[in-house]
Design a protein around this ligand. Structure first.
Ligand code: LLP
Length: 427
């Protein structure tokens, strides 16, 4: 993690940047990202796959900040998108990046398809027979050819939270792998459709490489059948989902993790010649590069319990509330000899689920103290809301010893504009 106390007794830094300085300058709550770590993770990943033709399509949903998309575009990354909105983000960064875009998602609409067809994206990951028919119709209408992969559901179990597991038959995602061959036959006859890939995604926050390799092996078998049928399969997309460790005690070596993942996938794909591997990592590239910086508003006791109330809340980072996810929390300034006590760290939102930690041992906090909630770079701001009419935090990207604002804090004007105009209320 880039968030460290550089010398004993010092305050928490993001690389070379003291977080206290960022809090003063940009106020809290504040998302802080290390550009250096994002680039490092990307390089580590591409290095691991360098022996085979591949394209790393960063999963935009993990963190869709334009500042981060721009950083990854400069590294040559492609992008995995799931909506017209995410495509617009990528196009704003670089129109030419369209040729590196894969479009996933179970519910693509006609306007989204048109936008992607006109932009000339690399491939559509089609998730149903109905979507295939609509895509063919739209492609003919805008006079383009849609290169497609079917997203197959390999029926592979992967150990993760049930909300983010996707590779079992009972999930809504993809097409049953046993039915895929027939759908490819239909696809090859449809005007405007060029079947040329297979895609799969089994879930998120998966720590072991084995289920990915199992899924890839099933896809390789299908690719061989399709090639025998005369369908030219030139890419396999193995999705995203490689996990990280959120708990401080757990051993985690990003390089070893990426290398093991690559080793197993490359081995599974070995039987197929002339294939490009597409990857859609999100969390692995950005989660640990980010922290949510927050100030303590109050420390209160209710009976036996101590609550640390922060100015950040579940609307800013919902992972603890939604998945009971664990995020480490560090005091920005460590006080000499301060006692550790068990506290609940909670936000101001009117829900009992509005917590960042429960019964967590933390050094005694005081009002005004700064806390850093770690590993918040993925599914943090991208999964945030304006619940309780709370303005979303600003975002800052740290490079070396400099910090750049990449998203200003929202204002009440930003939030109310769509209603004020609808109701003709002057702002
Ligand atoms: N590709 C597809 C088709 C996906 O659905 C996803 C994530 C990814 C790639 C990227 O997965 P990653 O490498 O980031 O695991 N909000 C949840 C995670 C939801 C994941 C949704 N799909 C969380 O905060 O844990």
């Amino acid at each position: 993690r880039p968030f460290v106390y550089p010398i004993p007794g010092s305050s928490l830094h993001c690389g070379k940047m003291p977080l206290e300085k960022l809090a003063k300058r940009f106020k809290t709550p504040l998302y802080v990202y290390s550009a250096d770590q994002i680039v490092e993770r990307f390089e580590l990943f591409s290095h691991a796959f360098e022996e085979i033709p591949h394209l790393i399509c960063y999963s935009v949903k993990a963190n869709s900040a334009l500042g981060i998309l721009r950083l990854l575009d400069k590294q040559g990354a492609g992008f995995d998108i799931v909506s017209g909105g995410e495509l617009e983000r990528v196009l704003r960064i670089n129109r030419k990046a369209a040729e590196r875009v894969v479009f996933s998602g179970v519910g693509k609409t006609a306007p989204e398809m048109d936008l992607a067809l006109k932009a000339g994206i690399r491939i559509f990951n089609v998730e149903s027979a109905g979507e295939l028919e609509l895509l063919s119709e739209r492609a003919r209408r805008v006079r383009r050819t849609a290169r497609i992969a079917l997203r197959v559901n390999p029926d592979v179990f992967a150990e993760t939270h049930p909300y983010i597991s996707t590779g079992l038959r009972e999930h809504k995602f993809g097409i049953d792998i046993r039915e895929a061959r027939a759908v490819y036959q239909r696809a090859r006859r449809l005007p405007g459709i060029q079947p040329c890939g297979i895609s799969v995604h089994i879930g998120s926050q998966i720590r072991s490489a084995t289920p990915f390799a199992d899924a890839a092996a099933r896809v390789v078998a299908l690719a061989e059948e399709l090639r025998a049928d005369g369908i030219k399969i030139d890419s396999i997309d193995v999705g995203g989902g490689l996990g990280i460790e959120y708990t401080a005690g757990a051993k985690f070596n990003a390089k070893a993790q990426a290398e093991e993942y690559a080793r197993q996938l490359i081995a599974a794909l070995a039987p197929l010649k002339d294939i490009t591997l597409l990857l859609e990592p999100g969390r692995f590239l950005v989660a640990q590069a980010g922290a949510l910086l927050t100030s303590v508003l109050y420390v209160k006791k209710n009976g036996e319990k101590t609550f640390v109330v922060t100015d950040a809340a579940m609307n800013d980072l919902v992972r603890p509330a939604l998945y009971q996810a664990h995020h480490e929390i560090l005091p920005v300034v460590r006080r000499q000899g301060s006692r550790q006590i068990a506290v609940d760290v909670v936000g101001p939102v009117c829900e009992s689920g509005d917590f960042f930690a429960r019964d967590r041992l933390l050094p005694t906090a005081r009002e005004g103290d700064l806390l850093a909630i770690l590993d918040a770079g993925a599914y943090g701001l991208s999964l945030s809301s304006n619940y309780n009419t709370r303005m979303r935090p600003a975002e800052v990207l740290v490079k070396g010893a400099t910090a750049k604002l990449i998203r200003r804090r929202e204002t009440i004007g930003d939030l109310l504009a769509p209603e004020l105009s609808a109701l003709n209320i002057r702002s």
